[in-house]
Write a protein that binds this ligand. Sequence first.
Ligand code: MBD
Ligand code: FE
Length: 311
Amino acid sequence: MSVKIYDRPDVQAFLRELSGLNSDTGNDRMKQITHRLMSDLFRAIGDLDITPDEYWTGVAWLNDLGAAGQAGLISPGLGVDHFIDERLDAIDAAMGIENPTPRTIEGPLYVAGAPESTGFARLDDGTAEGQTLVMHGVVHDAQGRPLPGAKVEVWHCDTRGFYSHFDPTGQQAPFNMRRTIYADENGRYKFQSILPSGYGVPPGSPTEKLLSALGRHGQRPAHIHFFISADGHRKLTTQINIEGDPLIDDDFAYATREGLVPKINERTDDESINANGLNGPFAEIEFDIYLTALVDGVDNQINEQRRRAAA
Ligand code: MBD
Ligand code: FE
């Protein structure tokens, strides 16, 4: 039996009431968004005949999701983060702004306050397994010139797929594989670390349960995150993928983008090894970064809501 009450005037009045639209106080934008989202939910409950059991299963899942701190994890899993990137790209395209280095999602695992250095940093503390990586490049300004002093924040996980500050084994020191590197006088940044492995959502978690119910997995290909910022430029949020990872085109967070899969060069020659102060073969990635200019003097895309202090 199909019953439709959504369009009834009393239901429409009820939606305005519960969204605070009859109140003189509160926040107008919050009211507008709440009214829209609650209206869409009410309509979906009617159109899809969502049962009370189904609804309360969803409420219990939301409680579990929040208790696990995973709202920021299911968000990329459901593609919202990538959708927001696509919108930012479309807004830029409409303004004639090109992004030579593509943006891609931040993810939920950045931690502010990493150790800072100029030119070079070693990201790993030498205790973790993994192939040595040397990554470097030049940060360019909006005119394509090298940009000394540009701030390069970089973070990645270990070969078990665990990030420091979120490591369920508690094995990693704070800020392991997290650094802030200021580009040197030639606009160059460089770091030594280990090649990360892919990431998987916690087994048995609310995020994994939903993905499983959708017939999806919760795996990401190996990747390295970046924020790059400098005076007069928009802050760039991006990632690179580790070339050859079998999941590069099957990322549960939909972050892979053309232009963000740099070549990996396996270096085995003594000259390269010595030049980097290493004692064995290593993987080398060269990746130049291009920032874009402020729009009318401001960063029109800045998002500082997600910053998380070290825990
Ligand atoms: C990650 O490491 C990540 O980058 C994203 C986007 C989601 C979950 C884990
Ligand atoms: Fe990540």
